[in-house]
Design a protein around this ligand. Sequence first.
Ligand code: 13P
Length: 341
Amino acid sequence: MNLADLNKVALAMVTPGQGILAADESSGTIKKRFDAIKVESTEDNRRDYRELLFRSQEAMRQYISGVILYDETIWQNAKDGTPLVRLIEQAGSIPGIKVDEGTQPLPACPGELITVGLDKLADRLKKYYERGARFAKWRAVIDIGADIPSMTAIHANAHALARYAALCQAAQIVPIVEPEVLMDGDHDIDRCVEVTSRVLNKTFQELRIQRVALEGMVLKPNMAVSGKKCARQAPVAEVAEKTVQMLKRCVPAAVPGIAFLSGGQSDEEATAHLDAMNRLGPLPWRLTFSYGRALQAAPQKAWGGRSENVAAAQAAFAHRARMNALASKGQWESGLEKKAA
Ligand code: 13P
């Protein structure tokens, strides 16, 4: 493992004024997104849609530091035969790959999940590296309910995240470590902070035990937010303060950067929260975005599966990317949203 090079890639992924496009929806998830815009989820339609994003010159060249791909996409070629990975590289962005294989029920823990995909991961990482991937992603899912999460679920998922991260670094690939505490449910923001803190603490304990070099990774956490069904929705300033305080308590300064998931927040909420946090600086690490839905909902709607809408979809993507890029520097203003609309 060459830690200096891993660190260089990790820092590039969290370049101020840039962030990560999470375009790694599994076949099931992209079908759900396409259903919503009445587009059939065929291999060609998935290719056309992702090609549209990666050929979006303004967004990709200026605001997107890296793209997380799904296995199907990393092996796909654009309509003209160029590998999609090359389009990303040509835009000056870094290709990455989701390597977990989804979740399964965790035995003896009703309602809880464990992320799978460690078997043969070392072999898969080698092939992904040869294809151009320089970072990877593994998502653990923790749900909040009356009696969950259990310590068992937190421990088992943290252990798997650290096993994955160690294998990535051995393959000269930067691991994005993503322990996602879901925002479904009626819990308040303080319960989210309590659970997320436990999850982060356990995750970093496991990363240390398994000798993962913190300088060569990126953390992808949820923010501290109220559950979607909670009667009291914490305002932007409270989300920012509580998230930053929680992260300062749990995330070592050796980690080069933190790139948040959007997790079901609205486009503008995800941007406003990131912006408010970056205004609380100076911070020990760079804070940016690694959004899926909060970057893609607008372009998906504008596209609707029609080639005549490609330019409009690219403009919608560029707009969200630019808003979040500004938020990564604490320079976003809500007025900029209205001007564009
Ligand atoms: P969302 O931003 O839509 O939560 O997706 C990010 C992601 O990669 C979740 O694993």
